[in-house]
Design a protein around this ligand. Structure first.
Ligand code: SAH
Length: 242
């Protein structure tokens, strides 16, 4: 079963709050919802259970990125730690011209994302299985993405180390965080200069319906990241730069 009339209404109204017309995309989101629910019965893919939770906390929360003027035109986006495809899949549905790579370290999650890409007929969406710490050293991925996005993956310090190496010069990384970012932000200046990054902006917004506060932290990629970063898998998390 796809989205109910109530689920569609929540998605549409939430879209309006974010400045988006989601009407043309209802069939895709309905299908994605159905796929998620089916996959969840097989194995735990997402903790969210009710329809409204999925619509608000997965779909709309992912789309809060589109309140920033960073996702227009055919730019390459890396979704680092995409899990079941968030924020990458909603982004790709609403902005089909984006080229979106969906990276995760867990094979079953990447398998689900690949299934969804196929079922939704998305062109220019590339599921990718691996660890960021390893893939960031491959020439085809290094500084190859105009945008790097990550939701609920790691602290800002860790994200900066594993994410900024993927960002092209002049590009940006956007971390989707909850309400409390002050402490993480305050430590960031210790790490960013080492990685070629700069804190550009922090945007605060409220999630439609849920009313919960979300923060979008934008890091600009100003100079190349030295080849020693990211460090080996697990090291950025165990011994964060800041
Ligand atoms: N972004 C999704 C999933 C968040 S859970 C969402 O918001 O719903 C965090 C995900 O990041 C997990 O699926 C985990 O496998 C992945 N992840 C964490 N560290 C990673 C790394 N170093 N490389 C690749 N994936 C990573």
């Amino acid at each position: 079963m796809g989205l109910s009339p109530r689920g569609r209404e929540v998605l549409l109204q939430g879209g309006v709050v974010l400045g988006l017309d989601l009407e043309p995309h209802l069939p895709a989101f309905s299908r994605l919802y159905q796929l998620l629910m089916e996959a969840n019965r097989r194995h735990n893919l997402t903790a969210l259970r009710t329809e409204e939770e999925v619509v608000v906390k997965h779909f709309l929360d992912s789309l809060t990125l589109l309140t920033l003027p960073l996702f227009e035109g055919p730019v390459r986006v890396l979704d680092l730690g995409t899990g079941a495809g968030f924020p990458g899949l909603p982004l790709k549905i609403v902005r089909p011209e984006l080229e979106v790579t969906l990276l995760d370290a867990t094979q079953k999650k990447v398998a689900f994302v690949a299934e969804a890409v196929e079922a939704l007929g998305l062109k220019g969406a590339y599921p990718l299985w691996g660890r960021a710490e390893e893939l960031a050293h491959r020439p085809e991925h290094r500084e190859a993405y105009a945008r790097v996005v990550a939701r609920a993956v790691a602290s800002l310090c860790v994200l900066a180390e594993i994410g900024l190496p993927f960002a092209a010069l002049g590009g940006a990384m956007v971390a989707q965080k909850g309400p409390r970012v002050e402490e993480e932000l305050s430590r960031l200046p210790q790490a960013l200069p080492l990685l070629g990054g700069r804190h550009q902006a922090t945007h605060t917004l409220k999630l439609p319906f849920a009313g919960e506060v979300r923060t979008l932290v934008v890091l600009a990629k100003e100079s190349p990241t030295p080849a020693r970063f990211p460090r080996r898998p697990g090291v950025p998390q165990k011994h964060p730069l800041c």
